[in-house]
Design a protein around this ligand. Sequence first.
Ligand SMILES: [Zn+2]
Length: 281
Amino acid sequence: MNETRYIFRMDDITPTMDWDRFWSALNLLNRHRVKPLLGIVPQNGDPNLNCREPHPQFWDIMRTLGGRGLVDFAQHGYQHTLSPKPGRALLKATHGSTVDRSEFAGYSYPEQLSRIMKGRDILLEQGIDTTYFFAPNHSFDNTTLRALRAAGFTAISDGIALYPFKSFGLTFIPQQLWTPRRMLTGVFTICLHTNELRPSNLTTIRQFLRMPITCSSFQAEVDTFKSSPLRKVCNPLFKHAYSGMRTLRRTVSSYREASPQSHFPHNLSPTSEGGPSNMQE
Ligand SMILES: [Zn+2]
């Protein structure tokens, strides 16, 4: 119960990603025997993810990494094209301020199922057989979850909780961090945006991996998932604490903007990462 486990997840894996950053991060993780979850965009249509010309051996490389057991795979949406929709995304309140744009939330069930299946078919054609999923921008709704289940998906990397949980018949492995941080207890997924990793980020990850921590993998957490009454109580408590901390940071932020000479202590200042920063230890 007291053990804390960490999973690393690398987002926005495409043939046009920043390959130097990808290899730097993956090699670092693999050197420490960490098996990250790679979120592959099946058919990228997002120009923001085009960092270079498409690598002609992209799928070969992915298959090799998977075959050697160095990574787990998840389907990361379909085309990563985000458009404003009036629908209400499930994680809107808890995952940053830009989740009004979605590839899924707000669209009809047939439309969502079609996008999910097209993505799945592309991955299958390339020999990537995964039943794990996470949506671009953390943006999905109940319809997405129904469609994912119908399409045969089993597990999601997302959600604010202390421990994995079940919802809509899917296993959720929560994703709460965007940079490594020591936490007291729970299962924490650290999301790395591959194309945005700077040397300083890698230094932080390297220092973290040298600490006496326990890393896990997405697949291991899904395979060993077990619910318990205590976990069912802990998850909503953590979510409330998380929301409360975000509200506090927003309040502090607006106060500081309105009053540049404010006397709030520095360690309560909001971060620009869109994720929790002061909830650990
Ligand atoms: Zn993404």
